[in-house]
Design a protein around this ligand. Structure first.
Ligand SMILES: Nc1ncnc2c1ncn2[C@@H]1O[C@H](COP(=O)(O)OP(=O)(O)OP(=O)(O)O)[C@@H](O)[C@H]1O
Ligand SMILES: [Mg+2]
Length: 714
C-alpha cells in the first residue's frame, strides 16, 4: 500500500474514470530516481486491473539506441491487425520493425506513418475493454518509439485509453514541452516517511530513524534502502555520520552508495555477472546467457546477487535489477578492464546492430573498421526512419574515424539526420563542429545547409540566409548543383527575412552570386533572380510564371524548403489550380518521407489555394471496410474535424462555391464586410494574388461556433 500519496492517487483514479467514459487521457509522472513513480504506476495497474486491459513497457537505458525497440514491445500483440491498416501505415510499421518487404511497396519506414500506425493500432490492443498503457522509465524509451508514441497519444480523443508515462527529471527529460499533462512527484511528508521506515525496519531506535528520515528527504527508495543499511545496535547512528552520508550529497546518491556497499560484498563471479546484466542491451535471459558463458561463468553465479536483493532472475526468463540505481552502482564500481571484457563478450554474442555499440565501447582510440560498421548501422537506422539513432550512430562513427576527412563527412551526416529528427540545437552544434574540422567545400556545403535550416526553423531567416549564401559562395561555381540548392534556400530565407535594410545586403549577394552563373543554369537560378526582383513590386509576380512551371517540373531535385514554396509562387502568379496541385504533391511526398516537421508549409499553402478556389480540400480517409476500429468505436469523423463542417465557415458546403464566380459569398454572419471586400479583391480570376491588406490589418473572421457533442476542433 502506498503511503502519503492520497492526492496523486486521486489524480490517477480520475484519469481512469475519464478513460472508462471514452475520453482518452495521458499523463507524465515525473520525479527523481526512487521518488515513487513506478509505485504510482503500480497503483494505476491495480486500480485498473478489474475492467481494463493493462499493458506495460519499460524503457531500458541500454536499448535507447535501438530504433523502435520499445514500440515493438507495445504493439507486438496487435500486429495481427496490421492488415486492417491503410497499406502505407502497415508497411511503415513493418519496416520499422525490420519485417518490411522493401521490394514490395518500396516505402521505407517513415516516422509520420509509423506514428499514424501506432495511433490506429493502440485501440486494437484491447478491442473489448478499456486499455491502460503504462510506460515506465520513459526517459530510456528509444527516441523513435517515444516520437511515435507521443504522436499517437496527443491525437487520441474518444478512445477508452489511458496512457501513463513515468519519467525521471533530467537534462533530456522525456516529452519535455510535448504538452502532455504532468504529475510531478516530490518527497513524502514526515508522517508517511516515518511509517515507511517503520514498515521496513521494525524497532529501529527513534534517533536513528530520525536520521534516516532526514537523510532521505522523503525519497521512498532512500527511506527503504537506508533504513536497511543502518546499524542501530548501540543507537550510535544518531550521533555518528552514517556511512552513506559522508560522500553522497543527495538522497539518490546515498542510495547508490548503499547499493555499492552491497555489491562490493559479493564474490568476483557474481560481480562480473552483474556487470554483464548492466551492460547488456536486454533484460532477456537468452541475450545475457551467451555472454555470461563466453566469460567462463554460469547463470548460477548470479545467485549471491539475487540473495543480496540486487536483482532477480524471473521465471519468465528476464534478468531484472531490483532498481535502476543498482545498475548505475554496478557500472560506477566496474573498472575499465572488466568493462572491456564484458563489452567484448556481448559484441561476440549479439546481432550486428547491437554488437557494434559494444565494439565501439571497446575502442581506445580511432578505429576505422568499427567506424565503418557503425556507419552501416547508421544507414540501416536511416532506412528504418529512425533519424535520431542514425544521427547518434554517425556521430559515434565520426568519433572513431582516424582521418579528419571521414570524421567531417560523418559528422555532416549526423548533423543532417539530427535536423531530420527535429533535434535542432544538436544539429546546429554538429554543423558548427564540421565547419571547424574541414575545408572540403562539399562537406562544408552540407553543414551550411543544416546550419541554415536550423536558423530558418528557429525563426531567424536573416541569419539563415547569410549561412546559406556563405555555403553557396563556397561551392559555386565548381559544384553547381549544391551551390544552386544553397543559393535557392538562401534566396528564400532572404525573402522571408522581411523588408529591412539588411535584406538589401542579402539581395545584393544573391544578385552577385546569380550574375556569376550562366543564364541557362536552370529554373532555380531564374527563381533566385525573379524572387529578389519581386521585392520591390510584389504584385508583379506574373512574369515569374514560366519559371515556376519549370521549377515545378524539376521539383524533385530542389531542396525541400524551396520545393515547399513552389505552390506559394504559383499563388503569387495567379495560377491557383497549379498551386493546389503542387501543394498536395509536396504534402504527400513529405508525408511519405516522414518529413513531418516541414508539413506545415504545404498544408498552409494547400488551404490558401483551396480558399481561393472555393473548393476546400476533402480529407482522404482510409476506406471504411479496411478500418476495424471505426466500426467498433466512435471516433470523430474526419468531416467533423474539417473546417468545412463548421457552421458558417467559408469552407462549409452551404457557402463553399467559387468565390471568384460571385455565385456565393462567404456567409455574412462569419465575415466582416471589410473581410469580404478584401478577400474578393485579392482573388480576381486569372490575376496574380496578393495579400488583402485590410484583412491583414484587421483579422476579424469570427471563431467558428462549436456544435454540442463535437470535439473541440478550434
Ligand atoms: N508512497 C509510497 N509508499 C510506500 N512505498 C513507496 C512509495 N513510493 C515508492 N515506494 C517504494 O519505494 C521504492 C522506490 O520507488 P519507485 O521504484 O516507484 O521509484 P521510481 O520513482 O520509479 O524510481 P526510478 O526513477 O529509479 O525508476 C519502491 O520499493 C517502492 O515500492
Ligand atoms: Mg521506476
Amino acid at each position: 500500500m502506498l503511503l502519503g500519496r492520497g492526492d496523486e492517487q486521486a489524480v490517477i483514479d480520475a484519469l481512469l474514470d475519464e478513460a472508462r467514459a471514452g475520453r482518452a487521457r495521458s499523463l507524465v509522472v515525473r520525479g527523481e530516481a526512487g521518488i515513487g513513480k513506478s509505485a504510482l504506476l503500480g497503483y494505476a495497474a491495480e486500480r485498473a486491473g478489474g475492467d481494463f486491459h493493462v499493458m506495460h513497457v519499460t524503457g531500458v537505458e541500454s536499448e535507447a539506441e535501438l530504433p523502435y525497440a520499445s514500440l515493438h514491445l507495445i504493439l507486438g500483440p496487435a500486429l495481427g491487425a496490421l492488415d486492417l491498416l491503410p497499406i502505407l501505415q502497415a508497411d511503415a510499421l513493418r519496416n520499422a520493425f525490420g519485417q518490411g518487404r522493401t521490394g514490395g511497396t518500396g516505402h521505407s519506414a517513415d516516422r509520420f506513418l509509423v506514428g499514424l500506425a501506432c495511433l490506429s493500432l493502440l485501440p486494437e490492443l484491447s478491442p473489448r475493454r478499456p486499455l491502460l498503457c503504462l510506460a515506465d522509465d520513459a526517459q530510456w524509451l528509444d527516441q523513435a518509439s517515444a516520437d511515435a508514441l507521443l504522436f499517437a497519444v496527443r491525437r487520441l480523443q474518444t478512445e477508452q485509453i489511458a496512457v501513463l508515462f513515468a519519467a525521471r527529471d533530467g537534462e533530456h527529460a522525456f516529452a519535455h514541452g510535448a504538452g502532455l499533462a504532468e504529475l510531478p512527484l516530490t518527497g513524502l511528508d514526515r508522517e508517511a516517511a516515518e511509517q515507511l521506515v517503520a514498515r521496513n525496519r521494525h524497532g529501529l531506535a527513534l534517533a536513528v530513524r530520525d536520521r534516516v528520515v532526514e537523510e532521505s528527504d522523503g525519497n521512498p527508495l532512500a527511506l527503504i534502502e537506508l533504513s536497511r543499511q543502518v546499524d542501530d545496535d548501540s543507537g550510535l547512528g544518531a550521533f555518528l555520520p552514517l556511512p552513506f552520508s559522508l560522500t553522497a550529497p543527495t538522497p539518490v546518491s546515498r542510495v547508490q552508495a548503499a547499493f555499492q556497499e552491497r555489491i562490493r560484498a559479493l564474490d568476483t563471479a557474481a560481480q562480473r555477472c552483474l556487470l554483464v546484466a548492466a551492460l547488456a542491451d536486454s533484460e532477456d535471459y537468452g541475450a545475457i546467457a551467451p555472454a555470461v558463458a563466453a566469460l567462463g561463468l554460469r547463470m548460477i553465479d548470479f545467485a549471491p546477487a539475487e540473495q543480496a536483493g540486487l536483482l532477480r532472475l524471473t521465471p519468465d526468463g528476464t534478468v531484472r535489477f531490483r532498481h535502476p540505481l543498482v545498475r548505475s552502482a554496478v557500472l560506477a564500481l566496474a573498472d575499465v578492464k572488466h568493462r572491456m571484457e564484458v563489452h567484448q563478450a556481448l559484441a561476440a554474442t549479439l546481432d550486428a546492430d547491437a554488437a557494434v555499440w559494444h565494439l565501439a565501447a571497446t575502442a581506445v582510440g580511432p578505429d576505422d573498421a568499427i567506424a565503418t560498421a557503425m556507419e552501416d548501422t547508421a544507414r540501416r537506422a536511416g532506412e528504418r526512419a529512425a533519424p535520431a539513432i542514425k544521427s547518434a550512430a554517425f556521430e559515434r562513427a565520426a568519433d572513431l574515424s582516424a582521418g579528419s576527412a571521414s570524421k567531417a563527412r560523418r559528422l555532416a551526416e549526423a548533423a543532417t539526420a539530427a535536423l531530420d529528427a527535429g533535434h535542432l540545437p544538436r544539429a546546429r552544434d554538429l554543423a558548427v563542429r564540421v565547419a571547424r574540422l574541414t575545408d572540403d567545400p562539399m562537406v562544408l556545403a552540407r553543414a551550411a545547409a543544416v546550419h541554415g535550416g536550423v536558423e530558418f526553423e528557429t525563426g531567424v531567416p536573416h541569419d539563415a540566409a547569410r549561412i546559406y549564401l556563405d555555403g553557396a559562395e563556397q561551392s559555386l561555381p565548381e559544384d553547381l548543383q549544391t551551390g544552386l540548392a544553397l543559393l535557392g534556400s538562401g534566396t528564400l530565407a532572404a525573402w522571408y527575412s522581411g523588408a529591412r535594410p539588411e535584406q538589401d545586403v542579402l539581395a545584393e549577394r544573391v544578385r552577385v552570386l546569380s550574375a556569376g552563373l550562366p543564364d541557362g543554369s536552370g529554373p532555380l537560378l531564374d527563381f533566385c533572380r525573379g524572387l529578389m526582383a519581386l521585392r520591390a513590386e510584389p504584385w508583379r509576380a506574373g512574369p515569374l510564371a514560366g519559371t515556376v512551371d519549370a521549377l515545378e517540373a524539376g521539383a524533385g531535385s530542389v531542396v525541400p524548403a524551396v520545393r515547399g514554396s513552389i505552390s506559394g509562387l504559383f499563388l503569387m502568379t495567379g495560377d491557383r489550380e497549379a498551386a493546389l496541385r503542387s501543394a498536395r504533391a509536396v504534402e504527400s511526398d513529405f508525408r511519405r518521407k516522414g518529413m513531418a516537421g516541414l508539413l506545415v508549409q504545404p498544408l498552409l499553402l494547400s488551404a490558401m489555394a483551396s480558399m481561393h478556389l472555393g473548393t476546400p480540400r476533402t480529407r482522404r480517409r482510409p476506406r471504411r471496410r479496411r478500418c476495424a476500429w471505426r466500426r467498433r468505436r466512435t471516433r470523430p469523423s474526419a468531416s467533423a474535424m474539417s473546417p468545412r463542417s463548421w457552421p458558417g465557415s467559408p469552407l462549409s458546403p452551404e457557402t463553399s462555391r467559387p468565390v471568384s464566380s460571385g455565385a456565393a459569398k462567404p456567409s455574412p454572419s462569419r465575415w466582416t464586410a471589410t473581410g469580404r471586400r478584401s478577400w474578393a479583391s485579392s482573388t480576381t480570376p486569372g490575376r496574380p494574388w496578393r495579400w488583402p491588406a485590410d484583412v491583414l490589418r484587421k483579422p476579424r473572421i469570427s471563431t467558428p461556433r462549436r456544435r454540442p457533442g463535437r470535439p473541440d476542433t478550434a
